[in-house]
Design a protein around this ligand. Structure first.
Ligand SMILES: [Fe+2]
Length: 234
C-alpha cells in the first residue's frame, strides 16, 4: 500500500509536531501495511516562496532522518508538497520544483469555494504551458462546494489524476460513493492525509481491507501500480 498524501515532516505545517511524532506516524503506517509514504507538506503562496519552502523542507528532512536512525519498520519516504491553488500559479516561477519526487506530477489542492473560469484556466495552463500533471488532492472535499455545477466532471475531463483520502471509505455515509469512485476509475490514488497520531491518523490499513473485501485485491494492485508510476519508482 502506498500513501500518496501525508503531513509527516516535523514542524513544516499543521502536521507532525516533532520528529518523535513523525517516527510514530511512520511506524503506525508500516504496521498497517503501508510500504511507501509520499510526504506532502502544505505550500501556501501567502507568506511563502518556493525557495524558502524547499529550504525549510530540507531542514525538516534532516531532522526526520536523524530521528529515524536505527529505527526499524519504517516505510520508504518520498517528497513533494500539497500546493494550494492561487491565481497566477500557472505563471509562478519554480512551481515545478514542488512536484512529486521531481516528476511531472504535482499535488494540487483546489480552492474551497465554487470554482470559476479563472480556476479552470489556471489548471489548463499548468497542464499545457507548464507541462505538469495535477494530482487533485482529496477530491471528495470539494464536491459540496461545486453543487449545482458540472465543475467536478469538468475538472476530471482534463488531464488530471484524482486522489481520495482513506477516511472517505471509513465513514458509513460516504463509503458507497468512495467505492464507486474507485470501481469506475474516477479516483486512482489513495492517501491518508495523516497529520498526527490521534485526531488525523493513518487510515489506509482499514481502507485497504474495505477495498479488498468489496472490490477485490485487483483494485488495490491497480492503485499501487498507478502510485508507483507517479512516484517514478518500480
Ligand atoms: Fe493534506
Amino acid at each position: 500500500m502506498i500513501d500518496m498524501h501525508s503531513h509527516i515532516l516535523p514542524n513544516m505545517d499543521d502536521g507532525s509536531k516533532s520528529p518523535e511524532m513523525s517516527v510514530e506516524m511512520l511506524k503506525e503506517s508500516s504496521a498497517q501495511g503501508v510500504t511507501t509514504v509520499l510526504s506532502t507538506s502544505h505550500f501556501y503562496i501567502k507568506g511563502d516562496s518556493v525557495h524558502s519552502f524547499l529550504e525549510r523542507r530540507a531542514h525538516a528532512i534532516d531532522k526526520l532522518e536523524k530521528a529515524l536512525e536505527g529505527q526499524e519498520n519504517i516505510p520508504d519516504i518520498y517528497y513533494g508538497a500539497e500546493v494550494y491553488y492561487f491565481n497566477g500559479i500557472s505563471d509562478y516561477e519554480g512551481i515545478e520544483r514542488l512536484s512529486i519526487n521531481n516528476t511531472k506530477y504535482i499535488l494540487l489542492e483546489m480552492p474551497f469555494n465554487k470554482w470559476n473560469s479563472r480556476v479552470f484556466q489556471e489548471v489548463e495552463n499548468i497542464i499545457y504551458n507548464r507541462k505538469l500533471i495535477p494530482v487533485i488532492a482529496h477530491l471528495e472535499r470539494f464536491t459540496g462546494f461545486q453543487k449545482g455545477t458540472d465543475n467536478i466532471e469538468r475538472l476530471l475531463s482534463m488531464r488530471v489524476v484524482a486522489q481520495m483520502n482513506g477516511e472517505h471509505l471509513l465513514s458509513m455515509f460516504t463509503k458507497g460513493k468512495a467505492l464507486k469512485w474507485l470501481s469506475d476509475g474516477t479516483v486512482k490514488l489513495l492517501g491518508s492525509d495523516m497529520h498526527n497520531t490521534d485526531s488525523r491518523p493513518q487510515t489506509l490499513g482499514r481502507a485497504a481491507e474495505i477495498i479488498s473485501k468489496k472490490l477485490g485485491a485487483r483494485v488495490l494492485d491497480d492503485i499501487e501500480k498507478r502510485s508507483k508510476e507517479i512516484l517514478g519508482i518500480d
